[in-house]
Design a protein around this ligand. Structure first.
Ligand SMILES: CC(C)(COP(=O)(O)OP(=O)(O)OC[C@H]1O[C@@H](n2cnc3c(N)ncnc32)[C@H](O)[C@@H]1OP(=O)(O)O)[C@@H](O)C(=O)NCCC(=O)NCCS
Length: 302
């Protein structure tokens, strides 16, 4: 069984013209068009990094040539490998299928992939709310968490600690929702997290946090939590594959892996162009502002 945990620091990525043009040629045309539509460079860079992470993972871990990879999205937006369906030309049993997912928020894009299980990943940066006080922000978010989760979040000392607990819970919930692929259509009150008492660290991933589904502890799911830096939480949800029998997931999983930080050269190490040169895409990218003014100020104040 294989595991991949990769991170790319897109927040501090300042692509050159040739970097950006090459990257734009190495993603599917409809994704290039989608990325071009972002108003802000920050969003375009994180979406681009996400596409390169996905293709790199499929190419290097599943052994599929970059140009043969065809990624599509489920009706709710989750990317999956649409072609080629058979990875190995030789007969014999297929190895367990890979599942992958990505997230981009704050300063990073992250990808988690695993063989034989469902995967969802979510990264959250602890930031002060943009336009309201912390209590008002929590009030608006009341329905996203259970009464027990709010008691844990609000038991943190300072507002910064409460926000860190809030975003930790958020990343956990999102990672589960992203693994099952349902997006907004899931009642978040059905899942409740019981956090590991051990503090999160940048050095290794913890797997102690438990999920309760419909008020019962659910041991079919495992959650890996780590910090990429002091204010970026990452949660990886690992659940039974759709076709899995009732064997417990935990003994089958390899030990938790921490995220490896990739450079842009790593991202494109296996890449090959899929579309023709388009120098104008760099001109269009250069015209974009980095981020909305309010977001820049909010992040600067944290
Ligand atoms: C769209 C959604 C999947 C996550 O979006 P997000 O947290 O804003 O964004 P992230 O950066 O974590 O993830 C985005 C990536 O997830 C993937 N994704 C998109 N739809 C997905 C889905 N239905 N399931 C799993 N992954 C999905 C994509 O790769 C996407 O990046 P891309 O569009 O650049 O390829 C969805 O979970 C959502 O809308 N969630 C909000 C629900 C909510 O209220 N959550 C509160 C939690 S407490």
């Amino acid at each position: 069984m294989g595991s991949v945990r990769w991170a790319f620091r897109c927040g501090s990525w300042t692509p050159t013209g040739s970097d950006w043009q090459f990257a734009a040629r190495c993603v599917q045309r409809e994704e290039k068009d989608r990325i071009e539509k972002f108003v802000f460079a920050k969003d375009a860079k994180s979406a681009m990094a996400g596409r390169l992470l996905l293709r790199k993972c499929v190419c290097e871990r599943m052994g599929i040539p970059w140009s043969a990879i065809r990624l599509e999205r489920s009706p709710r937006g989750k990317p999956y490998l649409a072609a080629p369906l058979k990875v190995r030309p030789d007969p014999g049993p297929e190895p367990p299928a890979w599942s992958f997912n990505l997230s981009h928020q704050g300063d990073y894009a992250v990808l988690a992939a695993e063989q034989g299980v469902q995967v969802g990943v979510d990264i959250m940066k602890t930031t002060m709310p943009g336009s309201s006080s912390v209590p008002e922000f929590f009030r608006i978010m009341t329905r996203q968490f259970t009464a027990y989760e709010w008691s844990v979040i609000q038991s943190g000392g300072s507002e910064q600690q409460q926000l860190a607990a809030f975003y930790r819970h958020w990343a956990l919930k999102e990672s589960f929702i992203k693994a099952i692929g349902t997006g907004l259509g899931f009642n978040l009150q059905r899942v409740e997290f019981h956090l590991s008492p051990e503090p999160l660290t940048q050095k290794y991933a913890l797997r102690q946090t438990k999920m309760h589904l419909d008020e019962e502890e659910d041991d079919d799911w495992v959650f890996e939590e780590s910090l990429l830096d002091t204010d970026h939480h990452v949660a990886v949800a690992l659940g039974p594959a759709d076709n899995a029998d009732s064997a417990p997931l935990r003994p089958a999983l390899p030990p938790p892996t921490s995220f490896t930080l990739l450079s842009f050269s790593d991202l494109i190490a296996s890449a090959s162009p899929l579309t023709e040169e388009d120098p104008a895409c760099w001109d269009r990218f250069k015209m974009k502002a980095e981020a909305p003014q309010r977001q820049k100020e909010t992040h600067a104040s944290t």
